[in-house]
Structure formats: structure tokens, C-alpha cells
Ligand binder design. Structure first.
Ligand code: NDP
Length: 240
């Protein structure tokens, strides 16, 4: 049986690697994205994975988007909450917009995607909710009060929902990547990037495919006893 998976933010970076890995493992995959049509088109041409445009920050758009995916690919068994943004600023300069945008996408977006899928997963007695949190949600990061709060919130959400889903065959887990070589990290100035790498015991950035392999495992039947967990993949940078 081929299960259906949605990967939010699945057309670039870590999400694209996750979508490819799930497809290669035999899942029917839908890759969601927010606005970068060119990247989505190229991704779709390269992989054949269908792409769906909506913002995870918009509950109604999520519900409609999920309904479309289910009409096209069948009931969704695996949700990978990967979409995320940064709006970094030291707190004394942080605007309400920067706060609200990051909370809206990185935390409320996880609610907005999980909630419309939850009843169907409960009814079918199977589900996998996997949320990409961050090392900076575990340890906090200066200049990222908004991002750290949202990503820590994702971990709390995961732990609470795992308890609600357990009897219904739904596992709920979080992955906390360290610094991964994607657009998000390559956009920081080279000097800053070098100082980041100097703090990583394995001496390099992570690869998106390394996070994708964590997702594949948590989505699999082999991981049925793992729920409410936080899988840390950060090259030893922070030992949570
Ligand atoms: P990228 O910036 O490379 O890609 C982000 C993806 O998310 C894009 O596909 C983007 O769509 C999508 N997206 C952004 N906002 C929305 C939205 N409102 N609705 C739907 N999709 C949206 O990010 P990364 O691959 O680096 O990061 C992926 C996740 O991993 C994020 O949650 C991030 O916080 C987390 N993470 C990343 C780390 C890293 O080192 N890179 C470290 C730890 C965690 P579009 O292409 O249309 O813009």
C-alpha cells in the first residue's frame, strides 16, 4: 500500500530533500510551497512530485489545500511540517510584524496543517506527524526571540499531541536540525557561517538529506513505538 504524504515547504531546501526521499521510498507525495513559483516549477520538473501553493499561516487555505491533495492523491497518512521562515532582529529592534510572521508560519502553521488532518488520521487509526523544529528552539538564539519561541512551541505541541494520538495509532515527533546547508543558512554572511561551523564538533554543516533520512525513519512502521520525541541532528553542537 502506498501512503500519501504532504511536505510543507517541500519545494526547496530540507523540505525538497524530504519530499524526494519519501517519493523514492514509495510514498505518494505532495509538496506545498508559499510563493516561489520558479523554484516549485523546477522542482516539479525534476522530480515529478506535484506542487501545491498555499500559505501554512492561513488556516482556511490549509484546509482547502489538504482537501485538494486528498482528492488528487488519497487520504494523507504522513504530514511533515517543514515550512519555516526567519525574520531575525535583536529584541529591542524586533517589530510586531517580525514576531507575528514567524509565529504565524512556524508555530500556528503547524496547528493549521495538523488540525484539518487530525480527525481523518484518528478515524483511520494511523498517522505520522513530523515537525521540523530547530536547535534554536532547544537552546535559544540571540536575534531570534521569535524563531526560538516558535520552534520551542513546536516541541511542546509535539509532546502534548503525542499523548492524544497514541491510542489512535498516530505518532507525533519533532526533529531538531542543527545548521544545514540550505538557502536559509547560505544567506547568512560568510564570516558568520564560518563562525557557526567552528561551533559544530563534526566540523561541517549538515546536509538536507541527513534530515530527510530522519523523517523517513519516523514515518516508517518501524518507528511505531516512538512518539512525543525530539530527534536531535546537529553534529554535536548542542547536547539536549
Ligand atoms: P528554505 O528557506 O530553504 O525553504 C523554506 C521552504 O518553506 C520553502 O519551500 C518555502 O516556500 C516554504 N515556506 C515558507 N513560508 C511558507 C508558508 N507560509 N507556507 C508554505 N510554505 C512556506 O528553508 P530550510 O530548508 O532551510 O528550512 C526548512 C525547515 O527547517 C524550516 O522550518 C527551518 O526553520 C528548519 N530548520 C532549518 C535549519 C537550517 O539550517 N537550514 C536548521 C534548523 C531548522 P517558497 O519556496 O515558496 O518560499
Amino acid at each position: 500500500m502506498s501512503r500519501t504524504a504532504i511536505v510543507t515547504g517541500g519545494t526547496r531546501g530540507i523540505g525538497a530533500a524530504i519530499a524526494r526521499a519519501l517519493k523514492d521510498a514509495g510514498y505518494k507525495v505532495a509538496a506545498n510551497y508559499a510563493g516561489n513559483d520558479d523554484a516549485a516549477r523546477i522542482f516539479n520538473e525534476e522530480t515529478g512530485i506535484p506542487v501545491y501553493k498555499w500559505s501554512v499561516a492561513d488556516y482556511d487555505a490549509c484546509a482547502a489545500g489538504i482537501a485538494q491533495v486528498e482528492a488528487d492523491l488519497g487520504p494523507v497518512s504522513v504530514l511533515v511540517n517543514n515550512a519555516g521562515i526567519t525574520r531575525d532582529a535583536m529584541f529591542h529592534k524586533m517589530t510586531r510584524e517580525q514576531w507575528n510572521e514567524v509565529i504565524g508560519t512556524n508555530l500556528s502553521g503547524v496547528f493549521n496543517m495538523t488540525h484539518p488532518l487530525w480527525t481523518g488520521m484518528r478515524d483511520r487509526k494511523f498517522g505520522r506527524i513530523i515537525t521540523i523544529s530547530s536547535i534554536n528552539g532547544q537552546k535559544g538564539q540571540m536575534g531570534q526571540a521569535n524563531y526560538s519561541a516558535a520552534k520551542a512551541g513546536d516541541i511542546g505541541f509535539t509532546k502534548a499531541l503525542a499523548q492524544e494520538g497514541a491510542r489512535a495509532g498516530i505518532t507525533v515527533n519533532a526533529i531538531c536540525p542543527g545548521y544545514i546547508a540550505t538557502d536559509m543558512v547560505m544567506a547568512v554572511p560568510e564570516k558568520v557561517r564560518e563562525s557557526i561551523i567552528a561551533q559544530i564538533p563534526v566540523g561541517r554543516l549538515g546536509e538536507a538529506e541527513e534530515i530527510a533520512r530522519c523523517v523517513l525513519f519516523l514515518a516508517s512502521d518501524d518507528a511505531g513505538f516512538i512518539t512525543g520525541s525530539t530527534l536531535t541532528a546537529n553534529g554535536g553542537q548542542y547536547l539536549a
